[in-house]
Write a protein that binds this ligand. Structure first.
Ligand code: BG6
Length: 487
């Protein structure tokens, strides 16, 4: 991916966790790879916890370097990367300080990108301060999730930012859209004639999408306790994956064609109401348990979490899409922290044959199944039935495997690297448009409201398991179960 686009990348929250773990390492990788970033491109870090550029670079050396290149840092590339970095000390609470930023960037080249790696409460004040010194013109703004807490607060942020930046200038990040396997899902569906004819209610019995984590809330107890899994993972990552799995073939891969199709799916989600909620939605919270041989504490005792918190760390849902392609096909979504494994995968269960000339074993449910694993290792596995060797016609389940790292040994890109390059190069397809975000909130909000009205504690589950039993019971009602692949 060669580029001539010069840029000035202004990073708000320059000493924050996200800058340290994701953004600066991703920019370094793009720099190290060569040819991805214009030589003249500059990074301007904005923070108040460093006195000057020297002190900031020292922080970058101490805190960012350990997060780059697992196989050791290329010291020459690292030294030239540091040369790209400028620093401006700004107190974000003081809009007058933004004149310092204006002066710092006025002679720097290329398109200006403002990346807000800050809490959402600062998004609007920063945008207004940028506008007050004329820095909003011809610039791009990148907003991290969470963008709001519900439909109203997300609209309030979008309205206020929208007064300063046009929609084409706004890049709302959902890092799942930058993951290589998610791109591959588009390639699988729309680059092959093989699957598309089967990708519909006539042939698909049900679909499962799982994002399971082994980690708990780590140091984010405070934030997470006011958020919960539905807002943190379902409203964005899971619904984005669902819309890519279920969307109609877009006319092209340009940003609005893809986003228009995803939006149609989000708007076709069947609302979950008071009558259904107990049957189609499960919320859980982790208790203590054991993960990979280590004892781990209960959510309620994690730092920053309120005593007797009723925040959910696990959600399972049965979702329906009200359109011709998917009517009647259940989509089972689940996500949780402190589960038995770290895995993200999509399982497409095909129907069994309508009539078996080969005996009952050919009528087995889920005999044909496509498993698309997004992480930890990217694989596609297609299950089918084959004859067992020997006498008689006995069928057994076998699978065809595709492990991407065996085909493509090089060129894999981390999600943030891809997304940052897209921002610099003005590609919007992998960013969430305002109407998509609104549609997702519109669907999620009634679930939050119903849960609040019910006022029941989440179902407990032991850390290191696959979540509350109720999540399995929900699938059992449909004659199926969660499918967990072996690594
Ligand atoms: C983030 C959530 O958006 O995604 C986190 O806020 C979660 O709670 C993370 O841990 C998971 O991302 P990944 O890429 O590690 O699956």
């Amino acid at each position: 991916m060669q580029t001539d686009s010069s840029f000035t990348f202004v990073l708000f929250g320059g000493t924050g966790d996200l800058s340290m773990r994701k953004i600066l390492p991703a920019l370094f990788e793009a720099h190290r790879a060569g040819g991805m970033l214009a030589d003249s491109g500059k990074i301007v870090a904005v923070a108040r916890h460093a006195a000057d550029r020297g002190e900031y670079l020292q922080w970058v050396n101490e805190h960012v370097k350990p997060h780059v290149s697992k196989n050791g840092v290329d010291e020459t590339a690292w030294a030239s990367f540091l040369e790209r970095i400028e620093f401006v000390k700004i107190d974000l609470g003081n809009p007058e300080d933004f004149t310092l930023l204006r002066d710092a960037v006025k002679d720097l080249p290329g398109i200006r990108v403002f990346y807000l790696a800050t809490g959402p409460s600062l998004f609007v004040p920063i945008c207004r301060a940028l506008a007050s010194v004329g820095l909003n013109e011809n610039a791009r703004i990148v907003l991290e999730k969470p963008l709001g807490y519900d439909l109203k607060s997300s609209n309030a942020i979008n309205d206020a930012v929208g007064e300063i930046f046009a929609e084409e200038q706004i890049y709302r990040i959902d890092h799942y859209l930058g993951k290589e396997p998610v791109q591959n899902l588009l390639a699988l569906r729309f680059g092959n004639a093989l699957f598309e004819p089967l990708w519909r209610r006539e042939w698909v019995e049900s679909i499962q999408i799982t994002i399971a984590e082994e980690l708990g809330v780590e140091a984010r107890g405070d934030f997470y306790d006011n958020t919960g899994a539905l807002r943190d993972m379902v409203q964005n990552h899971l619904l984005q994956l669902l819309s890519i799995v279920a969307m109609e073939p877009p006319h092209s891969m340009d940003s609005d064609s893809v986003r228009d199709e995803k939006l149609r799916v989000l708007r076709a989600l069947k609302p979950i109401n008071q009558l259904d909620i107990g049957k189609v939605a499960v919320r859980g919270q982790y208790h203590s348990g054991v993960i990979r041989g280590n004892a781990v504490p209960a959510y309620a005792t994690e730092p920053g979490v309120k005593q007797n918190s009723t925040t959910e760390t696990f959600v399972a849902l049965k979702v329906e899409i009200e359109n011709w392609r998917w009517a009647g096909v259940p989509f089972f979504l689940r996500t949780g922290k402190r589960l038995a494994d770290r895995v993200a995968e999509i399982v497409v269960n095909f129907r069994s044959v309508p009539h078996s000339a080969l005996g009952a074993s050919a009528l087995r449910a889920g005999a044909n199944r496509l498993v698309i694993r997004l992480q930890p290792n990217e694989t596609i596995r297609l299950y089918c039935l084959a004859k067992q060797p020997g006498e008689g016609m006995n069928l057994a389940s076998v699978h065809l495997d595709l492990a991407f790292d065996q085909f493509f040994r090089e060129g894999q890109m981390e999600a943030y690297q891809r997304l940052l390059l897209d921002v610099i190069n003005g590609r919007l397809a992998l960013f969430v448009r305002r109407d998509e975000q609104e549609a997702a909130w519109r669907w999620v909000e009634p679930i939050l409201n119903e849960w609040k009205a019910l006022n029941k504690p989440p179902k407990p589950y032991a850390s290191g398991t696959w979540g509350p039993a109720a999540a399995s019971a929900m699938l059992a009602q449909h004659g199926t179960c969660w499918l967990e692949e072996e690594n």
